[in-house]
Structure formats: C-alpha cells, structure tokens
Design a protein around this ligand. Structure first.
Ligand code: 5GP
Length: 181
C-alpha cells in the first residue's frame, strides 16, 4: 500500500481517490452522537458494534456519547446449517444479555441491508426492548429497500469504499480518510 501526498492511494492493484476527509468524518460523528445523546437522554444504551469494519467509528462515536452506556463487539459468523438450504449466519461474541435493553447497532456501512436485517432479527429474538441503528455510511440499495437506519452519517451511491476501518482485501483499515474507487 502506497501513501502519497496527492488525493489518491494505491492498495494492492487498485487506485482509490479520497472521498471524505478525517475532519469531516469527525464532525459528522460528533453530530450523530449529539442526536443520540438527545434522543436517549432518559435511557441507558447498549451499543452492539459489528466487526470488523465498525471498530474505528465505534471508538470515535463512544467518545462523544454522554449518557450511561455499554458496548459489545460482535460478528455475524457463517456456519453450515443442518438443513440443505445452505449457509446460515448467526450473531457471535455477544457476551452480555440484551434482554430488556435499548440497543443501538453500530455499522460501518449498509449496502444491501442483509447484514443489518439479520442482526435486527437476532437481537429481537434475544429480547431487546428497542433497536435502532447508526451507520456511518449507507449505499443506494439500502436507501431504496433496506431496513430503517435511524442515524446515517453519509449517503453514497454504489462505489466501493475503503479507510477509517473499512478494508480492501484486508488492507486500508488504518487510513484516517475514506477513499473510493
Ligand atoms: P450488506 O449486508 O448491507 O450488503 O453489507 C454490509 C457489509 O458489507 C458491511 O458491514 C461491510 O463489511 C461490507 N461492505 C459493503 N460495502 C462495502 C464497501 O464499499 N467497502 C467495504 N470495505 N466493505 C463494504
């Protein structure tokens, strides 16, 4: 991976262009946290952050949350179902009970919305009292027919993005700006 002083970056074989600067991300994250602080002022929050991509966003968001909260980092693990219908996915790594809790899911990016839909289903079946979602980025397919995302940072079209926690084939998560193809 090559860093340069220009607005483009090379990761593996692909060139990406800078799309959102770190300062704009930070400003947006503070704004999202302010909305959450206001909407949840009378409730404790149980954040559920979806790994890997959301780790950086989750860290910055939590620094700006001023009400009592917990956070758990989870994955959606694929496993072979016993039925012949193929692969199922299940929530993995949730160490504390969400029963009766006000949950806010933290996503890095919602594309088709399938991941989020599955996560919401799982958290409902575990007895969460309420479930909202905050996503730093949302793409067009999810905007058109995905699950509701109450707090959205930036709306995108369908381009592939990397940086600020998001990877391209394992690389680029460390970048503080967001780049696109
Ligand atoms: P969905 O289930 O909404 O289609 O996809 C959500 C997941 O796909 C995200 O959590 C993320 O891991 C991955 N994803 C979707 N779009 C992008 C993208 O543009 N860049 C990267 N790095 N990951 C993406």
């Amino acid at each position: 991976m090559q860093h340069s002083a220009t607005d483009s970056i090379l990761i593996h074989d692909r060139t990406f262009l800078r799309l959102i600067q770190h300062s704009a991300i930070q400003k947006k994250v503070r704004g999202l946290a302010e909305q959450i602080n206001s909407d949840y002022k009378d409730r404790n929050i149980f954040f559920v952050a979806i790994l890997n991509g959301s780790f950086m966003f989750a860290a910055d968001l939590l620094k700006n949350i001023q009400i009592e909260c917990r956070i758990s980092f989870v994955k959606l693990a694929s496993y072979k179902g016993t039925r012949s219908t193929g692969q199922l996915k299940a929530i993995f790594g949730l160490e504390e009970s969400v029963f009766g809790q006000h949950v806010i899911i933290i996503e890095d990016i919602v594309d088709t919305g399938l991941t989020l839909t599955k996560m919401i289903e799982d958290l409902k079946s575990l007895g969460a009292q309420s479930i909202d979602t905050v996503s730093l980025l949302r793409k067009k397919p999810a905007r058109e027919k995905g699950p509701e995302v109450k707090y959205v940072g930036f709306e995108l079209e369908q381009e592939f993005v990397v940086g600020y926690g998001l990877d391209y084939d394992g690389l680029g998560r460390n970048l503080s700006d967001i780049y696109h193809t």
